[in-house]
Design a protein around this ligand. Structure first.
Ligand code: ADP
Ligand code: MG
Length: 470
């Protein structure tokens, strides 16, 4: 058996008004190429960069959220390499003095979080290479974890939690599919607990699923290789989505090849001298964090951990749940019931539709539906049907339920008459009930519900049957 070791390097584009070192717009959704550009991000000679305060603040808030240490002194460095998408011939990054050191997320220790600039985007098609500089200079977070992850699922969980954190902080959208968040996984295996094996870096992981599958594949490949007497070589591998396997891309350059040195065109930062970046101010600026929200839900409403995790998996879903809770007057029993409906019925409806949209579902209407169930006006079956219509068309749940004949009757005299009618025609079952057979009551209840066409609340009907036969 070989013991796997995994460390992640995650890049994420930050949401800011302007780019990292100039005032060109940071708009990741712009479609026309080369419009958000200026002499600075096009690397014209003689231009000078200026540090984007908003981007620094994002990194410091992320670092504060994960419990990392804010640098007292920090600076930017030039990382030199040649590529058409990096017109200066170097990327401005951070090397020895990252903004954040340490911290942890989803139980995984973080080494550092630093700030750099994104590269331009190159496209190779029809024998031509095209470069779009809209992305050049967009602020980019790089987060590096310690080599402490032992399995693919933990790596996937970490990546999910980081995406959720960035969204919660308003630091970035972090969509993997759009390249707003890019994950590189370093994987090694070793037969000896105390010694690290040679690591391989995997790139082009464009979804959470590919992160997990690529890591699992790589653990297998390396273990098999060593077992058969082979040796793992340090290299960068890509992930082939169609073949579901990793493949050799290139042998990795060492950091010496980048000739890092401090960026002479930018000032050094002494963070402790900047009041708005003090730890207290940053901490006070944080919203409720994903793990805090999960803990609050689990505690306040006695929810299962998995249900709390489901409710908090997207900020839209959690915000919807909070709005429902408020509409239910923060009554814990009602809210627990609402949570159940979101986790089961609503999740089922959205799964069938293939998409989830809380912007079109009114929290007040949903809360009203929950009250109708709680009061016995709606059966759980009726609630399911009403909810499906509510999601599809909106409207008032009570009107919808009434229109479709789903409201249960509280008119006990009418229900009693219906029950009497049923009992009169079921002499055998009535006899069995009198003889003490529990199943007979269920049978008579079923008949009564049928007779009242779903308008009878089962609890009320059962009570009436017992009374009539008592
Ligand atoms: P490099 O200098 O090659 O970039 P680093 O020490 O900076 O290597 O680590 C880069 C990433 O690789 C980090 O996420 C780290 O956790 C991970 N890593 C380091 N050593 C190993 C290893 N033996 N197996 C798996 N991952 C590792
Ligand atoms: Mg590195």
């Amino acid at each position: 058996m070989y013991r796997p070791t995994i460390g992640l390097e995650v890049h994420a584009e930050l949401k800011t008004k302007s780019k990292m070192f100039c005032d060109s717009a940071n708009d990741p959704d712009v479609t026309r190429p080369n419009v958000n550009v200026c002499p600075v991000c096009l690397a014209h000679p003689g231009t000078l960069p200026v540090i984007n305060r908003e981007a620094v603040r994002h990194i410091l808030r992320i670092g504060t959220a994960v419990g990392g240490a804010l640098a007292d002194f920090t600076e930017f460095d030039r990382k030199s390499y040649f590529y058409p998408d990096i017109p200066k011939g170097y990327q401005i990054s951070q090397y020895e003095h990252p903004l954040i050191s340490g911290g942890s997320l989803a139980g995984v220790a973080i080494t550092r979080v630093h700030l750099e600039e994104d590269t331009a985007r190159s496209t190779h098609a029809g024998g031509k290479s095209l470069v779009d500089f809209n992305r050049a200079g967009i602020p980019l977070m790089e987060l590096v974890t310690e080599p402490v992850i032992r399995d693919a699922e933990t790596a996937g969980r970490f990546a999910h939690e980081l995406q959720l954190l960035l969204r919660t902080l308003g630091a970035g959208e972090a969509n993997l599919e759009k390249g707003e968040m890019r994950i590189e996984a370093n994987v090694s295996v070793s037969a000896d607990e105390g010694v690290f094996g040679t690591k391989v870096e995997i790139k082009n992981l464009n979804s959470f699923r590919s992160v997990e599958r690529a890591i699992a594949f790589e653990i297998d490949r390396q273990s098999t290789l060593i077992k058969s007497g082979g040796k793992v070589v340090q290299e960068t591998r890509g992930w082939d989505e169609s073949k579901q396997e990793t493949f050799h891309q290139r042998f990795k350059e060492g950091s010496a090849d980048y000739r890092y040195f401090p960026e002479p065109d930018l000032p050094k930062l002494f963070l402790s001298e900047i009041p708005e970046f003090s730890p207290e101010v940053l901490r006070a600026s944080l919203p409720e964090l994903p793990w805090e929200r999960r803990a609050r839900y689990a505690q306040a409403y006695a929810l299962k951990e998995s249900d709390a995790a489901y409710l908090c998996a997207t900020t839209e879903r959690a915000d919807f749940f909070d709005a429902v809770a408020a509409a239910l007057g923060n009554d814990a029993a009602f809210i627990a019931r609402a949570a159940n409906y979101i986790v089961s019925d609503l999740a089922g409806i959205y799964a069938k539709r293939g998409s989830e949209s809380f912007s079109t579902l009114d929290a007040g209407a949903f809360a009203k539906l929950i009250r109708l169930v709680a009061s016995g006006d709606l059966s759980s079956r009726g609630a399911k049907d009403t909810l499906a219509i509510l999601v599809e068309k909106g409207g008032d749940p009570e009107s919808i339920a009434r229109e479709h004949g789903l409201i249960q009757s509280h008119d006990t005299e009418a229900l009693r008459d219906a029950v009497k009618g049923v009992l009169a025609g079921e002499a055998k079952a009535v006899g069995e009930y009198r003889a003490g057979k529990e199943a007979a009551l269920q049978y008579l209840l079923g008949k009564s519900m049928k007779a009242t066409k779903g308008a009878g609340n089962p609890a009320i009907l059962a009570k009436l049957i017992v009374e009539e036969l008592g």
